[in-house]
Design a protein. Structure first.
Length: 76
């Protein structure tokens, strides 16, 4: 699914989860990573740079995480 502000590139496959780089659509700069956070038992966003996020960008990140959680539940 294409997002308006960011895109995600898979950077690592682990036995049960994956790690994605979250990148700005215009500059290609990495803004953060989405990876599994075991204490909360869900995928979370971890910023790698100090950045300002618009509501639309946050929606894109949230939608991506929700889609990965849904895929993980259906694969269990």
């Amino acid at each position: 699914m294409p997002y308006e502000y960011v895109h995600f590139e898979k950077v690592e496959d682990k036995p049960k989860t994956s790690v994605w780089s979250c990148r700005n659509n215009n500059s290609e700069e990495e803004l953060g990573v989405v990876k599994w956070y075991a204490p909360w038992r869900c995928y979370c966003y971890f910023p790698t740079v100090q950045a300002v996020y618009s509501p639309g960008c946050l929606v894109d990140i949230n939608d991506f995480i929700a889609s990965q959680m849904k895929a993980r539940v259906s694969n269990d």
